[in-house]
Design a protein around this ligand. Structure first.
Ligand code: 5GP
Length: 145
C-alpha cells in the first residue's frame, strides 16, 4: 500500500473500532482506542489508534488532532511502563508498506523492552493466547484507572 492510498474502511482496526472484530482493550476514550497486539513483539505490546478519523498513517492525521492523540499515546506508554517495569520502551509507527506498515489505519506501537530478551518479529509468528493478553491488559488497565 502506497503512502497515499485511499483509506479502506474494512481494514482490521476499523472493524475493531466498530466492534465487528474482538480486541483486548486497555484504554478507550473519545479520541483513541488502545488494545493488545495479537502478534506481540514483546510482553505488553500495545497499539493506540485514533477514533473518528480515516487516516491510513501519521502523515494523514489532521494536524489539529495530533496533540490529543499523542497525549493518549504517552498516557498508555506510561501505564505500560508502570504495569510491567521494562528496562526500556519503544514507541514507534510505520507509514506505508515499504516502511513496514501492515495495517492501514494509523496506530502507534508501545513495545516494552527488557535488556535480556530479544524482540519477536514484527506482525508475524504465532498469535498470542488471549487469556495471556487479558492478564497483561489487566495490569495495564490498573495503571490507567
Ligand atoms: P503495522 O505493521 O501496521 O505497523 O502494525 C500492525 C500491527 O497490528 C502488528 O504489530 C500486528 O501484529 C498487529 N495486528 C495485526 N492484526 C491484528 C488483529 O487482528 N488484532 C490485533 N490486536 N493486532 C493485530
Amino acid at each position: 500500500m502506497t503512502l497515499h492510498a485511499d483509506y479502506d474502511p474494512d481494514n482490521i482496526f476499523a472493524k475493531i473500532l466498530r466492534g465487528e472484530m474482538p480486541s483486548v482493550k486497555v484504554y478507550e476514550d473519545e479520541t483513541v482506542l488502545a488494545f493488545m497486539d495479537v502478534f506481540p513483539q514483546s510482553e505488553g505490546h500495545t497499539l493506540i489508534i485514533p477514533k473518528d478519523v480515516q487516516a491510513c498513517n501519521f502523515l494523514d492525521l489532521p494536524t489539529e488532532k495530533v496533540g490529543a492523540y499523542m497525549e493518549r499515546v504517552q498516557k498508555v506508554a506510561r501505564a505500560v511502563e508502570k504495569a510491567l517495569s521494562p528496562d526500556g520502551v519503544v514507541v514507534t509507527q510505520f507509514n506505508g508498506a515499504p516502511a513496514g506498515q501492515t495495517v492501514f489505519h494509523l496506530h502507534f506501537h508501545v513495545i516494552p523492552r527488557w535488556s535480556d530478551k530479544a524482540l519477536s518479529g514484527h506482525a508475524s509468528g504465532q498469535m498470542a493466547d488471549i487469556a495471556d493478553l487479558e492478564a497483561i491488559a489487566t495490569k495495564i488497565r490498573a495503571e490507567l484507572a
